[in-house]
Write a protein that binds this ligand. Sequence first.
Ligand SMILES: *Cc1c(COP(=O)(O)O)cnc(C)c1O
Length: 378
Amino acid sequence: MKVDLEILRLAPYQAGKPISETKREYNLSRVVKLASNENPLGPSPKAMQAIRDALPTLSLYPDPAAHTLISKLEKLWNFPRAQISLGNGSDELIDQLCRIYLTPGDAILTSVAAFQAYELSAMASRAQVCKTPLTKDFRFDLPAHAEFFLKNPDKKIKLIFLANPNNPTGTFFGKKEWEDFLKAVGNRDDVLIVLDEAYTEFVENKDCISGFDYINQYSNLIVLRTFSKIFGLAGLRLGAMIANPEVTDIYNRVRKPFNINELAQVAAAAAIEDLEFIKKTQRLTAEGLKYFHQELTALNLKFLPSQTNFVLFDTERDAKTVYQKMLEQGVILRLVLNYGFPTCLRLSVGLKDENEFAIAVLKKVLSQYPKEFPPCFV
Ligand SMILES: *Cc1c(COP(=O)(O)O)cnc(C)c1O
């Protein structure tokens, strides 16, 4: 059976290597996974209790409208339910947006080194992927996005995907660039701007915008949030989309009725109210990032200053070798070759002792291999 070229070109998403698999393969008792930007504190204790309480109801179908959870999100985010929808991870929301708004011959626009889900979902929808280069300081180039979109009507760009801050770079764009971008591309009825804010709760820089402040002014703006990062629920798969009521309505027609399982609904409802846990995660993350920034500087390695819970650093060596050697000693990091950084690794913030273990192993491995390449970050 023949399939389209776009499908044949798809390479499976390369997730972080699981701990259990690493222990088995290398016969290790201690393995630290700092590869997927997960919450090192686990899920919120309140979320875990809510899950235990919900276990006896698992023979029933979940509420397809997720009424209780969405009521809480309405209060938390100050948007009506007509503007809030949920997905099986933001992954599903990205995928459904592509399925809904792209037909073969259409395109998406995103950046070089953008989060890979956009490209994969667009290709699965038989759409083309247009990319603008990063700025010299490795940020999304919003003026270039606006220019590319406006100058290429023949490309039929229907969705513009922006991650702010972006993964794997950890960089963000500022208020002025964003507002100029909206002036150029906002409120059009031939393109949707999808702003993915998976790391927004970790941001400290005041120049980093929140998409929520612009939703009601710009009808073609969509904001994505996730419960996989600060809320510590990656394993349950839950993402949220805030958009104008028309987009919400269309999405709700297309999605599967039971896409959000019962445990995800009750856990998320509890997690958003656990402010103590959120604060604790923010503190731990800020401390961990500061530690990584210090240690990488001491190791004379370049990195991109991050507003997230991970840092992208340049080993100035073949990153695959460093990755493999660290893996053999029980530290799982993330390769970013597929994002165009063959000498770099992405390191997520873990618990204090996990961070220290990772840096100790990194030091040991780097001491065994001399630098081979000039730094790619200046
Ligand atoms: C981790 C991440 C997400 C979250 O994806 P889920 O499917 O919700 O787990 C979304 N966008 C970016 C840029 C991410 O790094």
